[in-house]
Design a protein around this ligand. Sequence first.
Ligand SMILES: O=C(CO)[C@H](O)[C@H](O)COP(=O)(O)O
Ligand SMILES: [Co+2]
Length: 225
Amino acid sequence: MALHIHPSILAADFANLERELQRIGEADLVHVDVMDNHFVPNLTLGLPVVERLAEVSPLPLDLHLMIDDPDRWAPDYAAAGAASVTFHAEAARDAVATARAIRARGVRAGLALKPASSADQWLPLLDEFDLLLVMTVEPGFGGQEFMAETMPKLAQLADAAAREGRDLRLQVDGGISPRTIGIAAENGANSFVAGSSIFGSADPGATIRELRDAAQRALEAAPQR
Ligand SMILES: O=C(CO)[C@H](O)[C@H](O)COP(=O)(O)O
Ligand SMILES: [Co+2]
């Protein structure tokens, strides 16, 4: 599976989102964090903004829903023009039905796990999802320290996907920088969200290249799964 770099616009200038999107043309998808001040103690943006971003973005949208009641809302976000919609296992009443509703709209379905959430119950259900997101910080805020203690869970998911021959996107989100991306790639990640390291850079394109190269080098040095 190719490596994908997803800049998170949580770290962008919210007054100039269309202009900010022009700075990350070398990325693969743009990561959009939707927060409701209930599931996480922070509030960002909602459906109307996502719909406009989908219209103006040169890159496909990767939505990360940090909201209560994703069963109700995820299908509407899928219909808003996103390429993938990821919701949290901890918030969903019926994660499989919600993933199926997202896929029914021709959109990739992702399941996110907070740092303390186990992957065990999802291992027999990997076929129901296109993407698994292992949070590498507590969701809610950008600019936090990468939590290396989440790596065994990532490796567990990567091993299960390899055993099943699944082409699963395994995403990490939080504290990803040229310093930390290698350990995530070694443990099986192939999709990397980075907010502050990309938008905080004077040259976001160069940082995207640096992230991609560091992930590729770590992957090549790691034993094959
Ligand atoms: O989902 C998120 C926070 O809940 C963000 O996507 C994430 O924090 C990215 O920001 P940074 O790279 O600065 O950690
Ligand atoms: Co995110």
